[in-house]
Design a binder for this molecule. Structure first.
Ligand code: NAP
Length: 341
């Protein structure tokens, strides 16, 4: 049996879902994988809570209030660095926001954790999309993992399929519908709404963020494609090298025209190269799919990815729950695969 120390950073939607999930799956991890997953601390902007073990957290009497949010003793005096030193090794689970301009706070957190001998499992996209070479190099030098399934379409398995299920094949191209918000908007536009109506509806349903730029301008898809390509193809493409065109304000007539041609409009991420000797490129933009395309039926908030290979033909995966719980499950999967590869 292995004891796995966890420091959780970020306690918003995904951080809370992860907190609930590891309580729910504590016994399962122990019985099925021989992993004793011990949550040692939770950090957020507001401060840090220090926990002695997940088992104590499991007991309702451990906290005076049920809701950690109201807990009186979010400590300001200790730092994440103190926590990492205190428990010496384990996994830093990052659920902080994805900043696609600076990569922070993920970048500093990853450097700190790796430097102190901790593995990193992340839901945030910024640092890996902006600084893939530095972080990969640092993890390699330290013999540690940075795993990012939760940042690369979360419950939809993208990295595992590309790396493991297709091992031995050569991947010639990757295409993905990787953003639930834009896919929902385009699905509703195909049903007759205009862009503003579809976006408003997505916001009312909690699918789109109040500030939806990262999704509708295509950058969320681009960051996921970068992380997937770098992990699966071994490239070191940076987000700044990606050609990105989003769907902001697209005209209703475009959706109508697509329907009249019996095509399906999608925001598509593509990773390809002209020839085997050419560099890999990533592009994000609108695509008109034939109804027979394996991802054409990926509608609403669903996501999908397709790998084109030399020996296995095309392999497509669709589905995966688009939710904080789905992201939390991807984080847990990565923790398990670090200790049970
Ligand atoms: N929402 C989803 O379904 C989903 C799915 C897949 C991936 N993701 C990714 O998962 C990450 C988290 O998403 P979310 O929806 O949970 O975000 P969120 O609700 O905004 O929560 C962000 C959390 O990060 C904390 N935080 C911010 N800056 C910090 C810092 N410098 N140090 C420590 N903690 C800090 C915040 O602290 P306070 O609480 O103190 O403000 C908050 O608890 C994002 O990168 C997102 O792209 C989300």
């Amino acid at each position: 049996m292995d004891k796995v120390n966890i420091i959780l950073v970020g306690f918003g939607r995904v951080g809370r879902a992860f907190f609930e999930l590891i309580k729910e799956k504590y016994d399962d991890c122990l019985q099925r994988y021989g992993l004793q997953v011990e949550l040692r601390g939770i950090a957020r902007q507001k401060g840090i809570v220090l926990l002695s073990s997940t088992q104590k957290v499991l007991s309702p009497s451990y906290f005076a209030e049920d809701d950690l949010d109201n807990l009186a003793d979010w400590i300001k005096a200790i730092t994440i660095s103190d926590l990492l030193d205190e428990f010496r090794e384990g996994v830093l689970v990052d659920c902080t926001p994805s900043n696609l301009i600076s990569g922070e706070p993920g970048l500093s957190l990853f450097r700190l954790a790796l430097d102190k001998g901790w593995h990193v499992v992340t839901a945030s996209k910024g640092a890996l999309a902006l600084w893939p070479d530095e972080l990969k190099e640092l993890a390699k030098k330290k013999g540690l993992n940075i795993k990012a399934s939760a940042a690369a379409a979360a419950a939809l398995p993208t990295l595992d399929v590309g790396r493991r299920a297709l091992a031995g094949s050569e991947i010639m191209a990757i295409e993905g519908i990787l953003n639930g918000t834009t896919n929902y908007i385009l699905t509703r536009m195909a049903e007759g709404l205009d862009f503003d109506e579809a976006l408003k509806e997505a916001q009312e349903k909690g699918i789109a963020e109040p500030e939806p730029s990262m999704d509708i301008d295509g950058w969320d898809t681009a960051a996921k494609m970068v992380i997937i390509a770098n992990e699966v193809l071994g490239t070191e493409i940076k987000l700044s090298e990606v050609q990105v065109r989003g769907i902001r304000g697209i005209k209703k007539e475009i959706a109508e025209k697509a329907s009249s041609l019996n095509k399906i409009l999608k925001l598509f991420g593509k990773c390809y190269r002209e020839k085997a000797s050419s560099p890999w490129k990533i592009e994000v933009g609108l695509a008109l799919l034939d109804p027979v395309h394996p991802l054409a039926r990926t509608s609403g908030t669903s996501k999908g990815i397709i790998f084109y290979t030399d020996t296995m033909g095309w392999v497509a995966v669709t589905g995966g729950q688009s939710s904080p719980k789905g992201a939390a499950a991807a984080l847990l999967k990565d923790i398990i695969s670090i200790y049970r590869p």
